[in-house]
Design a protein around this ligand. Structure first.
Ligand code: ADP
Ligand code: MG
Length: 511
């Protein structure tokens, strides 16, 4: 293959995403699904999970409901009737000798999720409006299945921990529509955002709640297969996904270039060497001997259930952002940032509604913007410095509303002081923002324009000579004016005025 031809090849990528559903119980038994990782081994199991004879599976309806939520945001169709199957293989993590999954008739199918097309993959890349083109990724199927147990290798022995056995998963399988490692990562990110937002899964990749197998093959741009499909198993971070695909696509390209065949095979990503390695070759391709599961009736989803899912469905991020812009009056960007995370959006919305009660109305748009601004800037900065996740925030929306109210009323000299109060609230140094501000001498009692205006006036009159020099270029004199207004204020009032505000007022007066 000439270099030219090499340029004209492209990776074809399809993903199989596994996502742990956020249910209390397991998919087919009443054992707790939560805390499956982290708890002492084999403390969260029912006889069914251990493969005891005579036990029978019962489908957890909550798991079905969560899968249907995901189906709804991925545009999938829902099968009125779907069936379960046994997938057989022998491994010590599978006590029954088979995994219950869906095969012939999955719960959901034929969906689509768009991601921004990778600009590097093809030209022309931009739409007429300059935004990146969308890459439509078709979802082939989305089905329910149970997770296997976990093998722990320690102290020279291998132990089986069945806490994970039977935990509910959805598997989402795409068509091979992705065209670059970057697009694959963007796709998985989008899925993660959606499952988290909708309460379908905690989406924690480091804990194994979200993981994926990536399939990649090479073809000539515009068509024509160049090699077999390689499946890379069990990728558990966006970084690994992208790197593994990049490595694998390059490895295949090198083979094609020197005329060698790319064999279909299963590989794994080795984090240490940053290479993919063969896992098993095609000689040992497993025959799973799929059989219909005799212990479970077909899963029937009726209109009442769909209605229930729609009714209990949380608002989607896109809809919420639109509402923040249209009803609350936020700028696009702030609305996008606030709705990125559901806990943040919830906290913000509750704060604003309490803030409106404190202000009694008025310019609600300005109030909402002030709250958004504080939360997205100082608020997030303090949270990240202290390592406090927004969904574990010990500060209540009412307290945040009071804090923002103080800012709006000029009771605090600025956002910096508000951040200090926020930090104290986080540290549990008090309950009442105003009291905290007072205790820490942050309160600006009457340090607003009204109180400052006569002092500014007086200072400038008293120093008319310096005002003249200031006007002819000695602008550093402004510091002395600010200092004087400030001390005058402190003599007459309690607290400290905001030097920035004083400076601003002096400049307004002089320029
Ligand atoms: P199997 O049933 O053997 O697992 P499938 O054809 O169902 O194989 O595909 C499994 C996954 O592999 C899907 O995500 C699909 O998009 C992807 N895939 C299929 N063909 C290709 C290909 N030629 N290149 C890359 N990925 C592919
Ligand atoms: Mg597969």
């Amino acid at each position: 293959m000439s270099p030219d031809e090499y340029e004209r090849t492209e990776p074809i990528i399809g993903l199989e995403v596994h996502c742990q559903l956020r249910t209390e119980a397991k998919l087919f038994s009443a054992a707790p699904a939560e805390g499956a990782s982290g708890e002492a081994a084999n403390t969260r199991t029912a006889p069914l999970d251990l493969g005891h004879p005579g036990t029978l599976p019962v489908v957890n309806e909550k798991a079905v409901e969560l899968a249907l939520r995901l189906a709804s945001v991925t545009g999938c169709r829902v099968a009125e009737r779907s069936t379960f199957a046994r997938k057989h293989y022998f491994y010590p993590d599978l006590a029954k000798g088979y995994q219950i999954t869906q095969r012939a008739d999955p719960l959901c199918y034929d969906g689509q999720v768009d991601v921004p097309a990778d600009a590097a993959t093809e030209a022309p890349t931009a739409r007429p409006d300059g935004r990146p083109r969308a890459r439509p990724v078709r979802i082939r199927r989305l089905h329910l299945e149970e997770d296997a147990a976990k093998l722990v290798h320690e102290d020279g022995a291998t132990k089986a921990d069945f806490n994970r056995a039977g935990v509910p998963l959805v598997e989402l399988v795409t068509e091979p529509d992705l065209r670059s490692p970057r697009e694959a990562a963007l796709f998985l990110k989008k899925i993660r955002r959606q499952v988290r937002y909708l309460g379908v899964s905690d989406g924690r990749m480091e804990a194994g709640s979200l993981r994926c197998d990536a399939n990649v093959s090479l073809r000539r741009r515009g068509g024509g297969a160049l090699g077999g499909r390689v499946e890379i198993k069990n990728l558990n971070s966006f970084r690994h996904l992208e790197r593994a695909l990049r490595y694998e696509a390059a490895r295949q390209a090198r083979r094609v270039e020197r005329g060698a065949a790319v064999e279909p095979e299963t590989r794994r990503w080795d984090e240490d060497t940053e290479k993919t390695r063969p896992l098993r070759d095609k000689e040992t391709t497993l025959d799973y001997r799929y059989l219909p599961e005799p212990d479970l009736p077909p899963l029937v989803v009726d209109e009442a259930m769909l209605k229930n899912v729609r009714a209990s469905m949380p608002e989607r991020p896109g809809e919420r952002k639109k509402r923040f812009v249209e009803n609350i009056g936020l700028p696009e960007r702030a609305a996008a940032l606030l709705t990125e995370d559901r806990a943040l959006a919830d906290f913000y919305e509750e704060t604003v509604s309490r803030l409106y009660k404190l202000t009694g109305g008025g310019n609600t748009r300005r109030q909402a913007e002030r709250a958004a601004h504080f939360l997205l800037n100082e608020g997030r900065r303090v949270l990240s410095e202290q390592g406090v996740p927004i969904d574990a925030l010990p500060v209540r929306p009412q307290q945040m509303a009071e804090l923002v109210y103080m800012l709006l009323e000029d009771d605090l000299p600025g956002a910096r002081a508000a951040a200090e109060v926020f930090e104290a609230l986080l540290a549990g140094e008090g309950d009442d923002p105003e009291q905290i501000a007072r205790d820490n001498d942050l309160l600006q009692i009457g340090g607003g324009r009204e109180e400052l205006a006569p002092l500014v006036e007086r200072t400038l009159e008293r120093h008319s000579k310096n005002v003249h020099r200031y006007k002819s270029g000695k602008t550093e004199l402004i510091h002395s004016f600010v200092g004087e207004v400030r001390s005058a204020f402190e003599e007459e009032h309690e607290g400290t005025p905001d030097p920035k505000l004083i400076r601003e007022m002096i400049e307004e007066r002089l320029n």
